[in-house]
Design a protein around this ligand. Structure first.
Ligand SMILES: NC(=O)c1ccc[n+]([C@@H]2O[C@H](COP(=O)([O-])OP(=O)(O)OC[C@H]3O[C@@H](n4cnc5c(N)ncnc54)[C@H](O)[C@@H]3O)[C@@H](O)[C@H]2O)c1
Length: 328
């Protein structure tokens, strides 16, 4: 090994979750040391079980709304429940995780001079009046609705990141993630891809909210994680925010149909009332990520869905589907 090589020690908050666990796999694969911090609110040890005993991996059960003192070179801040069912379960804690959590990890980054990455979200655009959404769009967000704990919490976290950038010259990277799917999504989080797949695999009716003509874009997890790594490795003059997602749009009804085709299910499609503040359309403008990172999603929806279906088939086969719709 080159004697000048010093492997990086990287903190991933929310590392036992869906995206965090995939990110950790990639970091370990390329030789980094990883400290995974998670309070296991929506994350699960099963997502990181395969790393037990790995010499460069460490897990710490900790809630990021409390300060953390560790020595690291880089921080990926992913801790936050991401699906409406989960973030509305304890909305005050959701806002605390985004805001107080951001203050804690930013303070840590400042102290140890670490580069720090924030997993922000397309939800900061709210119910957008501009389509597709470029990073310059300021959003259309309800401050007092049931989704506000997440949307406004994430918006405030972005504000904090940019204030630390300007005020303390912290090396920040902010990405706005659009709908991502893949293996290790929480089976019961009510997100559309996992919902449809489980319903199809169980031969239950596939529930779509509204008429199903609302559109979404779905990014496969491997593509997103590639975007995370390229963002983190980009020059210090690129704080973001950067949209990461797949611009190919599908209606919810088309998604349901693809899942039915791929699983060979006999499920029918049924319509349910649209939840409050549900955006009609969401599509990333990824021009900036393409130009600055040379990044764009590579995985076609059908291919990503097939891998995700395989994962859920495994869970159902092992009888490991959580019984309850709600969490701890
Ligand atoms: N998956 C998506 O499509 C998507 C879209 C936009 C943004 N994001 C963002 O990406 C990040 C990861 O999302 P995900 O889909 O992996 O969700 P997830 O729920 O699977 O992962 C979040 C992780 O954070 C942990 N966590 C929650 N509160 C915590 C706290 N206070 N302290 C420590 N750990 C805590 C959870 O236990 C979980 O392991 C989140 O910040 C989310 O807002 C995800």
């Amino acid at each position: 090994m080159n004697k000048n090589f010093r492997r990086k020690r990287i903190l991933v908050t929310g590392g036992a979750g869906f995206l965090g666990s995939h990110l950790i796999d990639r970091l370990l694969e390329r030789g980094d040391e990883v400290l995974c911090v998670d309070n296991l609110f929506t994350g699960d040890k099963s997502n990181i079980d395969h790393l037990a005993g790995h010499p460069r991996f460490e897990f710490m059960r900790h809630d990021i709304t409390f300060p953390l003192y560790v020595e690291v070179d880089q921080i990926y801040n992913l801790a936050c429940p991401a699906s409406p069912i989960h973030y509305q379960f304890d909305p005050v804690q959701t806002t605390k995780t985004s805001v107080v959590g951001a203050i804690n990890v930013l303070g840590l980054a400042k102290r140890v001079k670490a580069r720090i990455f924030q997993a922000s979200t397309s939800e900061i655009y709210g119910d957008p009046t501009v389509h597709p959404q470029p990073e310059e769009y300021w959003g259309n967000v309800n401050t007092i609705g049931p989704r506000s704990c997440y949307d406004e919490g994430k918006r405030c976290a972005e504000t904090l990141f940019f204030d630390y950038y300007r005020q303390h010259r912290l090396d920040i990277k902010v990405v706005r993630i659009f709908n991502t799917y893949g293996p290790r999504m929480h089976p019961n989080d009510g997100r559309v891809v996992s919902n449809f797949i489980i319903q199809a695999l169980q031969g239950a009716p596939i529930t779509i909210y509204g008429d199903g003509n609302q559109s979404r874009s779905f990014c496969y997890v491997d593509d997103l994680i590639e975007g995370f790594l390229r963002t983190m490795d980009s020059g210090p003059d690129m704080p973001g925010p950067l949209n990461l997602g797949n611009p190919s749009e599908f209606t919810i009804r088309e998604l349901a149909q693809q899942v039915i085709d791929l699983t060979g299910s006999k499920s029918t499609i049924v319509e349910m009332p649209l939840p409050q503040d549900d955006p009609r359309q969401r599509q990333p403008d990824i021009t900036k990520a393409q130009a600055e990172l040379g990044w764009q999603p590579q995985t076609p929806l059908r291919e990503g869905l097939a891998k995700t279906i395989e994962y859920f088939e495994g869970i159902i086969r092992r009888n490991a589907l959580p019984a309850e719709r709600l969490i701890p």
